[in-house]
Design a protein around this ligand. Structure first.
Ligand SMILES: Cc1cc2nc3c(=O)[nH]c(=O)nc-3n(C[C@H](O)[C@H](O)[C@H](O)COP(=O)(O)O)c2cc1C
Length: 364
């Protein structure tokens, strides 16, 4: 039902500016009478951060920035949804145009810059659905003009821990000048100490809401050593690897659009993001679960993320080019991988190839 309708719609959406197409998609999801997807095969269930995920496929942050349609996305078959990034105060983000399709490369460049309706509006929506079931996390970020960015994260943790399944600290967006500096060891140590302290303060009222850290794929391995070490010291519940990249692989075909400033996502990001995921996995040594994100556009890519160390995966850009049919394809591919090895859960595949991936030549 959704598939043929979506296929008819896609050429129309692609004729629009990407941001207009996105807005229209959100409006349709708000009002479309969506049938609930069939229940997931039990072998796809994953337990991580104390939460039970019906399947490992999540909607990545940035699609539903203002938590307008999390329940529609869950109904469509996502195992979880990450709303946000939300900032404390509303802000408009960068001037348009600020999202670009690299169609021949199946990639996207965005420099949205945390356009957000702000914490009040998002909090109201999440509070209204807090008892609806389903896993809906929130990704939080600092306002561009914040005098004390760490204080922004602390305030958002306190406010969102009671209504979100988990909270992601996003210090890896490339589109807020200086934000990625919070990934440096000294700043990160301070940030995580204050954020975890805030989480502990609200635990009695909110329960032990897991706190995850989303990192950039552009870190050096020495920076990654520091980050994973600090995350382990502060007992972060998980890491998301990763955000968009500022690099531009030599293989890109859309040369002109590739020159646009912003973060690149989609297929051209797959190899770098999977490599960074494997590098994170060998450093985390099972201390916390990882979510693998970046360039997943097939069942094989999803399986590669899990084998590189991901307990869960997220995607966004591929939906622009492949549509929601991709989700069924990924679920089928994971189930056939399990059947091939006579396994009854994905847990035995997680990280199976992590060490091998880190031994490959660095992706160009
Ligand atoms: C248009 C767009 C907006 C995004 N906005 C956010 C955001 O607000 N916060 C965030 O953490 N990541 C954001 N991302 C990054 C995605 O969550 C994801 O990490 C990245 O796109 C890689 O996954 P993909 O290749 O499947 O798209 C955005 C990505 C895109 C394409």
């Amino acid at each position: 039902m959704i598939g043929p309708f979506e296929r008819l719609l896609r050429p129309f959406l692609h004729a629009l500016d990407p941001e207009d197409a996105h807005r229209l998609t959100i409006e349709m999801l708000k009002f479309a009478p969506l049938p609930r997807a069939a229940g997931d095969d039990k072998r796809l269930a994953v337990r991580a951060f104390g939460l039970n995920f019906p399947n490992p496929i999540g909607m990545a942050a940035g699609f539903d920035k203002n938590a307008e349609v999390p329940d529609a996305l869950l109904r469509l078959g996502f195992g979880f949804v990450e709303a946000g990034t939300v900032t404390p105060l509303p802000q408009r983000g960068n001037p348009r145009p600020r999202v670009f399709r690299l169609t021949a490369d199946r990639g996207v460049i965005n420099r949205l810059g945390f356009n957000s309706q702000g914490a009040e509006a998002v909090l109201r929506r999440l509070a209204a659905r807090a008892n609806a079931g389903g896993i809906v996390g929130i990704n939080i970020g600092a306002n561009k003009d914040a005098a004390d960015r760490i204080a922004d994260y602390v305030r958002l943790i306190e406010r969102f821990a009671p209504v979100a399944s988990y909270v992601t600290i996003n210090i890896s967006s490339p589109n807020t000048p200086g934000l990625r500096d919070l990934q440096q060891a000294g700043a990160l140590d301070d940030l995580l100490a204050r954020v975890i302290d805030a989480r502990e303060r609200v635990t009695r009222r909110a329960g032990p809401t897991p706190v995850l850290l989303k990192i950039a794929p552009d870190l050096s391995l020495a920076e990654l050593d520091d980050m994973v070490g600090i995350a382990r010291v502060h007992r972060i519940d998980g890491m998301i690897v990763g955000n968009t990249t500022l690099t531009r692989p030599a293989s890109l075909r859309e040369m002109k659009i590739a020159k646009e400033a912003g973060g690149l996502s989609g297929r051209p990001l797959l190899r770098l993001a999977t490599r960074m995921l494997a590098e994170t996995s060998v450093r985390a040594e099972g201390a916390f679960p990882l979510i693998g994100v970046g360039g997943i556009d097939s069942g094989a890519a999803a399986l590669a993320k899990i084998r590189a160390g991901a307990s869960l995966i997220q995607l966004y850009s591929a939906l622009v080019f492949r549509g929601l049919g991709l989700m069924a394809e990924i679920k089928a591919a994971l189930l056939s991988a399990l059947a091939r090895d006579s396994l009854d859960s994905l847990s035995e595949l997680i990280g199976a190839d992590a060490a091998a991936v880190t031994a490959e030549p660095w992706p160009q």
